[in-house]
Write a protein that binds this ligand. Structure first.
Ligand SMILES: [Ca+2]
Length: 234
């Protein structure tokens, strides 16, 4: 029996698709075509997104950029918070007297604090100067090395008139034998030579040009105290 759908001119033939052995109702064929087209579009879109995500096509990397920006913003916030914390800490340190390595009006140099009385205190005799320094847990200055003296001279250069400063140096025990207050003999320090020494000049003072002169201990003069820096206590 002849298949009517294969018969040319049959009214139902237009609803069928015939390609050789392939034969399918028209509506199913159209569904198949639409599904294939949609599938192709989905694959194309997926490939495009993957390529964009991989940084191809001249586009940005979506997730990495998002993560980088997110990470950068997070780091900025952390840094900002850290800066604020350190700023507050620095402020607290500098305004907390416990954290000052040297008292106010004292000068700091390589582990020690120095006090120049000129302009701050009335001039005193040598012994009175010793007492002042002792009251502040210090002593009249004993120089350990030349650089230390150079530092003090740089401070003296700021004064309009160079003051004479009592040092912790005397030959009151043995005339002509100058010794620092810590017992060190001056002869061990070649960078200082006491000038104008005599029997009634037993206390040394430092001049602005770096010279050291023997003076009458009963004279009134500014003085130089020195003490070690004290670590802050909490
Ligand atoms: Ca003397």
């Amino acid at each position: 029996m002849e298949d009517p759908l294969r018969t040319p001119g049959h009214p139902d033939q237009k609803y069928w698709v015939n390609r050789g052995a392939f034969r399918l109702p028209m509506h199913l064929f159209l569904h198949f075509v639409i599904i294939m087209v949609l599938k192709g579009l989905l694959i194309a879109c997926a490939n495009y997104l993957l390529r964009v995500n991989a940084g191809e096509c001249g586009g940005p990397k979506l997730n990495p950029v998002y993560e980088d920006e997110k990470s950068t913003d997070g780091e900025k916030l952390q840094l900002h918070a850290e800066i604020q914390r350190l700023t507050e800490l620095l402020h607290n340190i500098t305004t907390d007297s416990r954290c000052q390595l040297c008292p106010k009006t004292w000068h700091r140099y390589k582990g020690h604090c120095y006090f120049i009385s000129a302009g701050l205190e009335e001039d005193r005799k040598w012994v009175e100067s010793v007492e002042y320094c002792a009251e502040h847990n210090a002593s009249l200055a004993v120089f350990q090395h030349e650089a230390e003296m150079e530092f003090i001279l740089s401070l003296l250069s700021r004064f309009e008139e160079m003051p004479f400063l009592w040092l912790g140096l005397t030959d009151a025990q043995v005339e002509g034998v100058w010794a620092w207050q810590d017992g060190t003999l001056l002869q061990n320090h070649r960078f200082i030579k006491v000038q104008w020494d005599s029997e009634h000049r037993d206390c040394a003072d430092l001049r602005g040009d770096g010279s050291v002169f023997a003076s009458d201990c009963m004279s009134y003069s500014p003085w130089l105290c020195k003490k070690p820096m004290v670590p802050p206590e909490f």
